[in-house]
Design a protein around this ligand. Structure first.
Ligand SMILES: Nc1ncnc2c1ncn2[C@@H]1O[C@@H]2COP(=O)(O)O[C@H]2[C@H]1O
Length: 462
């Protein structure tokens, strides 16, 4: 954990991911800590420099000197964003109260936020009836230090009721949460000495109702909600649907207030789709680790045959699957008759298609160049789609040539993980094949035309 100070406030935060990568800021919820993000950090820090904060008064960060407010927390996070990412807006993730802080920040400082991912965000600040009736009185009692210590001591006796309150409110009936994660979440919720802040934030959330202002949120946002959340109930998702149609709202079954722990695969899948991260299970290629290059590749794909009609996140996803290969002038990439399961997108230079004509009178003819592929065009797609022999030789032109390689395995993983993107990719490939077919038809027509014209000339001469 790293330690920072802003004015007189000390803040603990966890930093992961490459230092020169775009920044992601992660803001936890009420009575939690940066541990909130544990299931998501490995995937996120492959692409982002992740900064997971312990808000003042929570986790390891000491309490603020003034009573906390949601806007105050938003201002503090904004200050950190400006420090860590002075030139570029950031990805902002918020869970529960952290979602309310994130949305407040995006309303106050839209220029600091590139996009947002909100998990079960406490947008209205209204909590569930169960929390208000059962947990609320406990929280409010903890405002007073002697009472907090009394309740803390009680929690060490057989009279402890923490699990009865905590478990069913936080987790869905069929949730999958490991004992270790549960114990960490539980410990954060009951940290001694934080009772005053817990009570103050309980009130602060209610005083920061964002309903009626959601439509003004500018950054593209993914909102994920566990269907069985009994802390910030799903009814707040109704406000998202009604007021904020631009938000991408995803509801995850068999998850409650902690979808990232309860259904990590589904949660990560939605986030990966939204951010254009590689699908789970695909190791990033060496090139994909270089984030600047990844962005450049995604931009290049925009003008390629397979990147048409895709959004930025989808192009980033494909870019992260491609391997870059440099060919020497005239180097052979594939041989006719050999097997291969890769397709090539020409990034720079030229890829020539060579074919050996049918032997004439049993004599082999020298190969002829039948086509060439320029920057943005694809070749080798037949081998990618089907386990058949290559139909022609592919060779680099007279200059060094750079190709981006897509393997069948990567394509299959992508199509399984993101069927809509897989479908679009296939459509783009079909369109490119169609173009070639039309070109062949045109050549055939020209051949016919020449034969016919040739015939008529012969008649005239007669
Ligand atoms: N007539 C053609 N016109 C353009 N490209 C071709 C032609 N024939 C074969 N190719 C390309 O050459 C590639 C050789 O490997 P594949 O058979 O996998 O995929 C083939 C096509 O991409």
């Amino acid at each position: 954990m790293a330690l920072y100070t802003i004015e007189d406030q000390t803040i603990y935060l966890e930093e992961t991911g490459p230092e020169n990568a775009p920044c992601a800021f992660l803001v936890h919820g009420w009575a939690s800590s940066s541990y909130t993000w544990k299931p998501l950090l490995p995937a996120l820090s492959r692409r982002y420099r992740c900064v997971a904060i312990d808000l003042p008064g929570f986790g390891q960060s000491p309490a603020p000197s003034h009573p906390p407010t949601i806007a105050g927390y938003a201002d503090l996070v904004a200050c950190l964003i400006e420090y860590f990412s002075p030139r570029q807006p950031v990805l902002l993730l918020g869970h529960s109260m952290g979602g309310q802080i994130g949305a407040t920040l995006a309303l106050r400082y839209p220029m600091l936020v590139e996009r947002m991912v909100l998990l079960n965000p406490a947008l209205s600040g209204r909590l569930s009836t169960r929390v208000n009736l059962l947990i609320g009185p406990h929280v409010l009692a903890e405002r007073f230090l002697p009472l907090e210590w009394l309740l803390h001591l009680l929690a060490k006796t057989p009279l402890d009721y923490t699990d009865y309150l905590l478990k069913p409110s936080n987790f869905a009936e069929r949730a999958r949460v490991s004992e270790e994660d549960y114990q960490r979440i539980r410990a954060d919720a009951r940290r001694p000495g934080q009772g005053r802040i817990r009570a103050a934030c309980f009130q602060a959330m209610r005083q920061s109702d964002l309903r009626g202002r959601l439509a003004a949120l500018e950054p593209p946002t993914l909102v994920i909600w566990g269907a069985e959340d009994d802390i910030v109930p799903l009814r707040d998702a109704g406000a998202v649907a009604a007021e904020w149609p631009a938000a991408d709202l995803r509801i995850i079954p068999n998850a409650g207030h902690w979808p990232q722990f309860e259904q990590p695969d589904a949660t990560l899948r939605h986030i990966a789709l939204f951010l254009g991260l590689p699908p789970a299970g695909v190791a990033p290629s060496a090139d994909a680790r270089d984030i600047a290059e990844l962005h450049a590749t995604a931009q290049f794909l925009n003008n390629s045959e397979i990147g048409g009609r895709l959004n930025e996140a989808q192009r980033m996803r494909i870019a992260s699957l491609l391997q870059r290969r440099v060919l020497m002038p005239r180097e052979r990439l594939t041989a006719a008759g050999a097997r291969g399961d890769e397709m090539y997108i020409v990034q720079d230079g030229l890829l020539e298609v060579w074919l050996e004509p049918v032997p004439v009178g049993g004599v082999r003819q020298p190969p002829v160049r039948i086509a060439f592929m320029q920057s943005g065009q694809v070749a080798g797609e037949l081998g990618l789609l089907e386990d058949v022999e290559r139909s022609a030789d592919l060779r680099a032109g007279d200059q060094p040539t750079v190709v981006l390689v897509l393997t069948r395995e990567a394509l299959n993983t992508l199509a399984e993980d993101d069927p809509a993107l897989g479908m679009r990719l296939m459509q783009n490939l079909a369109v490119s094949l169609g173009r070639r077919l039309r070109h062949q038809n045109w050549l055939a027509q020209r051949l016919e035309q020449r034969a016919w014209q040739g015939g008529s000339v012969t008649r005239l001469l007669e």
